[in-house]
Design a protein around this ligand. Structure first.
Ligand code: TXA
Ligand code: MG
Length: 323
């Protein structure tokens, strides 16, 4: 089935398509999602197919309010409650033991399900009008850069879904932070919109899962932590900030702050004044722009490795590990 994909801002239209078991692009504060009824295996199959995503990579279930969680999990530990009280709605995903209601296809056979209440007002309202959770991976083809505006979704998945709910540019710009409660010590499985330091203000014992240790270089086997991920077509090469390099015609340079002046002409900046939140917000659209303008090689510098900067560096590392 090929759709003539529409972009609009009607929550009721998004709901109609979802109730008819079709897929809808939805805005969240992190990135746009490719959403469908998370309890319906036929719909779930459509999501995997549209993204060309392997079935071993599980999906996050999005809900509109905390009461919905009880039907989806068998346990909601106190520590998890504390974290959600501070960060929901927001860029936090938690992993809890799944109930029978959650199809195996959502969790790729794992006994744990990933859950999140997103903060975007349109999607939050949509979720509150649905009587099922939305499974929603980022709305990009598998391993490509996540979308941060409706047009990105149309560019990548146009024809594969009837409707994209347009909520403007994502304000966070980088995916949610995933915290697992599968073990007594909470583990951060994916760095994201909430820094590990912020998680630790609520749960001081929370720690980074091994794959995010800075020394870790090997290919990841854990679901969704594939090393090559979020990758644009252009080649990304890290440089030391103070390197002097001369760019070829098809090369660009991506710097952190505009305050670090560079003489090279094809230079782009993640942030005007070295603000990490702004850098995160702009990262994915800049990576997409490099592909649109057909740059072959983009040199980049790492950003300060703190707060959301750790998530930015994580994405840059994955995006550059293709080459
Ligand atoms: O910010 C976000 O989280 C966005 C928006 C749309 O909510 N969603 C998103 O979904 O990034 P996705 O599918 O692109 O990434 C979800 C990650 C994957 O790496 C997946 O492997 C992991 O979450 N994940 C989901 N369920 C899991 C589970 N049961 N166990 C372990 N990892 C899981
Ligand atoms: Mg993704």
């Amino acid at each position: 089935m090929t759709w003539e994909t529409q972009i609009g801002n009607e929550i009721s239209e998004a709901k109609q398509w979802l109730d008819k078991n079709e897929l809808v692009g939805i805005p969240t504060e992190t990135v746009y999602g490719l959403a469908g009824n998370g309890l319906n295996t036929q719909v779930l199959a459509k999501i995997f197919e549209a993204k060309n995503r392997p079935y071993f990579d599980p999906l996050i279930l999005h809900i509109g309010n905390i009461e919905q969680i009880d039907a989806l999990v068998t346990d909601f530990p106190q520590k998890a409650k504390m974290l959600t009280r501070v960060f929901w709605p927001g860029p936090l995903t938690i992993l809890l033991p799944k109930s029978e209601l959650v199809p195996e296809m959502v969790t790729s056979g794992s006994p744990y399900v990933a859950l999140r209440i997103p903060k975007h007002p349109l999607t939050l309202e949509l979720l509150q009008h649905l009587d099922y959770p939305l499974a929603a991976p980022s709305a990009n083809p598998f391993t490509y850069v996540s979308p941060t505006r409706a047009q990105h979704v149309l560019d990548n998945l146009g024809g594969k879904l009837p409707y994209i709910l347009n909520g403007g540019d994502c304000t966070v710009g980088i995916e949610s932070t995933i915290v697992s409660f599968a073990e007594p010590i909470p583990k951060v499985l994916r760095l994201g919109g909430i820094g590990i330091e912020e998680i630790q203000t609520v749960l001081p014992e929370a720690e980074l899962a091994i794959q995010h240790m800075p020394t870790e270089q090997r290919l990841q086997s854990a679901p969704g932590q594939l090393m090559v991920h979020y990758a644009p077509k252009c080649r990304l090469i890290p440089i030391e900030s103070d390197n002097s390099l001369s760019l070829g015609l098809n090369d660009a340079l991506l710097r952190f702050s505009k305050q670090c002046k560079t003489n090279e002409r094809q230079t782009f900046y993640l942030s005007e004044y070295g603000n990490l939140a702004e850098a995160a917000q702009r990262l994915f659209s800049l990576l997409r722009m490099f592909d649109e303008r057909q740059f072959e090689t983009v040199y980049f510098e790492w950003v300060p490795n703190t707060g959301i900067g750790m998530a930015i560096n994580d994405r840059l590392k994955r995006a550059s590990s293709k080459h």
